[in-house]
Design a protein around this ligand. Structure first.
Ligand code: NDP
Length: 326
């Protein structure tokens, strides 16, 4: 038996809670992992509360991230005792996920735990942090360097935003952090933000083109915010777009793209090829100051997951949430 969060949807409604499950209920897979830590990402919040159509089959153990130790494996790449990390691949959406003490998965989805991170640190980073690094890699791929000018990070006090601020600052960028929580200004500055701006200046409908300011941006918010960012980009600027915390819409014009040569780089973490995942984790190992992870992270147990999921969606959670599933 093992404990897990189970989401059910039937005539009695949509509900999630901690349950004891028998091992024989684990789904098919060639690797069984004894989970040490999982996390709560925005997507997990949507899945657990039912506020977004994330879960594709029921019952479902949510959790798009996990870190743990291989218990049994028939996959050539893994043997019992190996420490592994999983991010995405539809886990927690279509396949039982990390918010439980055991998971059975496809070995092809796993990556080895990246040194020097502990399982808890890897989950403090989680999909949000790994996506933040994918955004940084997208900026670099499009020619952005610290000398090009200021970089804007939106949703800065959230998971993706916090890690993006910390990484970009360590790489020498001048980072402006956009947040709706002015009380988190000191936190954002401690992560390396040079300036904190009020997200309300970006969230209302704006003009197709505005005064040129940003060389690059990491946006986890979407909607009018993303449209306004594009309008404020400097000539040749690059925006890495990964999220929809404000909305999935993109009410923009082509003006920034055709008149200022702005690049909009879309970032997906879920089905990212394995070599790029490993590259992102290696770069996190070199470019994220692990001492910053402590300030970014809150740790909870399985029993607090449902309540915290609601708080996360209402923007009350700062940084990242690690779940100690044991
Ligand atoms: P969090 O909830 O931790 O952070 C989201 C942040 O967005 C909040 O903390 C808040 O920051 C800001 N925000 C929330 N609501 C609004 C709003 N109405 N208008 C403007 N800003 C808002 O989530 P994550 O960091 O885990 O994820 C961020 C986004 O990125 C989500 O949309 C998620 O789905 C997406 N994502 C996408 C991935 C991909 O593969 N493409 C992978 C991971 C995440 P503040 O309080 O500072 O304003």
């Amino acid at each position: 038996m093992f404990k897990a969060i189970l989401i059910e949807k039937d005539d009695a409604g949509y509900r999630a809670g901690v349950t004891e499950l028998a091992d024989d209920r684990l789904p098919e897979g060639d690797v069984t992992v004894r989970v040490a830590y999982s996390t709560l990402n925005y997507k997990d919040g949507l899945a657990i509360t039912g506020k977004g159509p994330v879960v594709r089959s029921f019952p479902m153990v949510p959790g798009i991230d996990l870190a743990g130790t291989v218990e049994t494996s028939s996959h050539v790449g893994y043997k019992p005792g190996d420490q592994v990390v999983l991010n995405g691949w539809g886990v927690g959406e279509t396949h039982w996920g990390g918010l439980g003490q055991k998971a059975r998965l496809k070995g092809d989805w796993l990556v080895p735990l990246q040194a020097p991170f502990t399982p808890a640190q890897a989950m403090a980073i989680g999909t949000a942090g790994y996506t933040a690094m994918l955004c940084v890699l997208a900026l670099e791929k499009n020619g952005i360097t610290p000398e090009k000018g200021e970089v804007l990070v939106t949703g800065a006090a959230g998971g993706v935003g916090s890690v993006a601020v910390a990484v970009l600052a360590k790489l020498g960028y001048c980072v402006a952090a956009s947040t709706g929580r002015p009380q988190e200004a000191d936190y954002l500055k401690s992560l390396g933000a040079a300036e904190v701006i009020d997200r309300n200046t970006l969230s209302a409908p704006g003009k197709p083109l505005a005064k040129e300011r940003w060389a690059a941006a990491v946006d986890s918010v979407g909607s009018h915010t993303l449209a306004n960012i594009c309008a404020q980009m400097r000539y040749g600027g690059v925006v890495a777009a990964c999220g929809l915390a404000q909305g999935m819409d993109f009410p923009a014009t082509v003006a920034p793209f055709i008149l200022r040569g702005v690049t909009l780089a879309g970032v997906d973490s879920v089905y990212r090829p394995r070599d790029q995942r490993i590259q992102a984790w290696q770069r996190l190992a070199s470019d994220l100051d692990v001492s910053k992870l402590e300030a970014i992270t809150t740790t909870i147990g399985l029993g607090q997951v449902v309540e915290t999921a609601g708080q996360l969606l209402s923007g009350q959670v700062r940084g990242r949430v690690v779940v100690d599933v044991n």
